[in-house]
Design a protein around this ligand. Structure first.
Ligand SMILES: Nc1ncnc2c1ncn2[C@@H]1O[C@H](COP(=O)(O)OP(=O)(O)OP(=O)(O)O)[C@@H](O)[C@H]1O
Ligand SMILES: Nc1ncnc2c1ncn2[C@@H]1O[C@H](COP(=O)(O)OP(=O)(O)OP(=O)(O)O)[C@@H](O)[C@H]1O
Ligand SMILES: [Mg+2]
Ligand SMILES: [Mg+2]
Lengths: 252, 252
């Protein structure tokens, strides 16, 4: 039984990529077959898994354009149960080219549906916007996992994200639901974090995961080594928090 | 002699809005006539200045569409020398509507040029993308100020931003230059911050401001009161850092 989850939030820098890379790695550590789809032209998930430059010409953009079969673009990562469909800068072109295409919001769905049953989980990283790339991610998915940074500006974007979700649900993907909300970069020394956490729990109720991701420098250092936190420093608070999140996602 | 500066970086959450709001407020504290243009549909700069909801129907989008004269949309803030051209969610529509328009990258420039000499500084906040809204910001400006977060993923986006700048310079705005690069969210307790700072100083040389913005919770708390840091807590390290940055920008 496979599940496709988009990780999305148009607010920038809230931990979308960090969540995709580390949740993906934690699911793979629990021997769930997992595919990460990097659908952000910044291609941070690709480099966070050490694959920047290893895949020239094998990118999700080239598959979308029909120049490459999907199987040839998918890369094996350091974790046996984790694969990656990498992105390159060329994905920026897709945002403009897709505008002219019939069914432009569903091209990613058409690409992933035939292979979905090969995986237990497919996680899609999206850019900080509500444009065509993110819409494709939402249409291709069974649910959306929302990272919410414990900061004031992050609260403001929530209603915009939910109204976009409603629009997607009423037209392109009637079944999409919220997989869950994960609090990120929580700093228990500040009132700000506590205040925002309370607001988010009040607003989302039991959709908020028990697992809270603390601000932890190891999560910032790991990508510079091209590794998820569980391979960089499995005893760190950041790695432990994402392992706990993976357990919650698996047992929902 | 007025100066229009776009604050831009497509990487999300690096401190663009925090820089626009606090640099703008610091320039105004030094009695420079300053206008902040919120050109991000998230409208965080508008709420960071306490103006969310105070300006219904008076937004930059309505001016772009010709429904409202520019002078009627500009709001006075709590600081005498600081004004704001606010954004609302409707600005998202501009990104799509502008595609059909002749000279679509220059509509903001056409709007600001007639009034530029009323101000010493005009600062433009942009969204985390290199789409039409950010392009309009770059075309309308004399220079671009780049906030760079002291994190690994932030380094990766630099070449993409510089190549976009080259493209803008070769076609739409031959005179645009880099005003400067400001390091943000610097945490002197981590090697990561020091490593990234060294890389950025090596890459950009004297374009990097002496003023380094530390990670400081007051900068995160201030927007929840709708105030820039100098009005929320002028003795905080965050407010002091932005006052120092303003001095450097003024005396460049
Ligand atoms: N819990 C954490 N503790 C410390 N640093 C973190 C944490 N989560 C993410 N980071 C760092 O913060 C920055 C922002 O995170 P990330 O890039 O994952 O966010 P994003 O939402 O994917 O950003 P974008 O909107 O640009 O796609 C990154 O440099 C990352 O390494
Ligand atoms: N120096 C700092 N210290 C502590 N918090 C900061 C600092 N600078 C910014 N912040 C906080 O970090 C978050 C990201 O900053 P900000 O929203 O200004 O970035 P941005 O680049 O404008 O994001 P976006 O890409 O979404 O437009 C905000 O919640 C802000 O309050
Ligand atoms: Mg990301
Ligand atoms: Mg912003």
């Amino acid at each position: 039984m496979s599940k496709i989850i988009a990780v999305a939030n148009q607010k920038g820098g809230v931990g979308k990529t960090t969540t995709v890379v580390n949740l993906g790695a934690s699911l793979a550590a629990a021997e769930r077959q997992t595919l990460i789809v990097d659908f952000d032209p910044q291609s941070n998930a690709t480099s966070g898994l050490g694959q920047r430059g290893n895949h020239t010409g094998r990118s999700v953009y080239r598959v979308l354009g029909g120049h490459l079969p999907l199987e040839e673009a998918i890369l094996q990562t350091e974790l046996p149960f984790l694969k990656l469909l990498p992105a390159e800068r060329d994905l920026t072109g897709a945002e403009i080219e897709l505008i002219q295409v019939e069914g432009r919001e569903s091209v990613l769905k058409a690409m992933l549906d035939p292979i979905r049953n090969t995986y237990d989980y497919i996680l899609i990283d999206t850019p900080p916007s509500l444009g065509l790339l993110t819409l494709n991610g939402l249409v291709a998915s069974d649910s959306v996992l929302v990272p919410l940074q414990c900061e004031y500006y992050a609260l403001e974007g929530v209603t915009e994200l939910l109204s976009t979700l409603d629009r997607v649900r009423s037209s392109l993907n009637p079944n999409i639901e919220i997989e869950g909300v994960v609090l990120t970069m929580y700093d228990d020394r500040t009132n700000l974090s506590r205040m925002v956490m309370e607001e988010i729990r009040k607003f989302f109720g039991d959709k908020v995961y028990e697992a809270v991701i603390p601000r932890n420098v190891k999560l910032g250092e790991a990508p510079s080594y091209g590794k998820p936190a569980i391979l960089y420093d499995i005893r760190s608070k950041g790695a432990e928090a994402y392992l706990a999140l993976a357990r919650e996602v698996m047992h929902k």
